[in-house]
Design a protein. Structure first.
Length: 171
């Protein structure tokens, strides 16, 4: 059971990385005045892949369909996890309730995996073989950078706490 959870969690994280690559390629970004910019967030990514206008449009459409589904599934997953945590740490734990909540987490996690799989397979069908090789390489780089980016993001979000922690560690 633990191995299943770990492998599903790893697939979930991988799906998020693929989703972020798609979002970087295709999501128009609002400008400071609030008007949406139709240009992709990372045009270099599109150039590196050498996407045709038709392929770019297909990825935009895929992202348009996938994004609300993923957001809703992620919300259900987070709520199911919270309900499970609440059931585990309640004053009087009920094993049946915990098992029920655990199944809800598994169902919501399976839903995320299904969306991720559909997305990745859809991307695969859009890209030609050379683009697919480049895309795989880009995904691997992104996966390797994720831990570094998380540390950077946390340092930006909590600079005072990190400074205090770093000062304690250096003493």
């Amino acid at each position: 059971m633990k191995n299943v959870f770990i492998s599903m969690f790893a697939m979930f994280i991988l799906g998020i990385s693929v989703s972020s690559v798609i979002a970087q390629v295709e999501t128009p970004q609002p400008t400071p005045n609030g008007v949406q910019n139709d240009k992709p967030n990372h045009p270099r990514l599109m150039e590196e892949l050498g996407l045709s206008k038709d392929q770019a449009q297909q990825l935009r459409q895929l992202n348009k369909v996938r994004q609300p589904l993923t957001q809703a599934a992620q919300m259900r997953f987070r709520l199911a996890q919270k309900a499970l945590d609440d059931a585990i740490y309640t004053d009087v734990a009920d094993e049946t309730a915990i098992e029920t909540k655990m199944k809800e987490v598994q169902v919501s996690q399976a839903e995320l995996t299904k969306i991720k799989t559909f997305t990745e397979f859809s991307i695969r069908k859009i890209l030609n073989p050379e683009q697919l090789v480049k895309f795989r390489e880009m995904r691997q780089k992104l996966i390797k950078l994720k831990p570094i980016n998380k540390v950077i993001k946390n340092n930006r979000r909590f600079p005072d706490q990190n400074r205090k922690l770093n000062n304690r560690q250096s003493q």
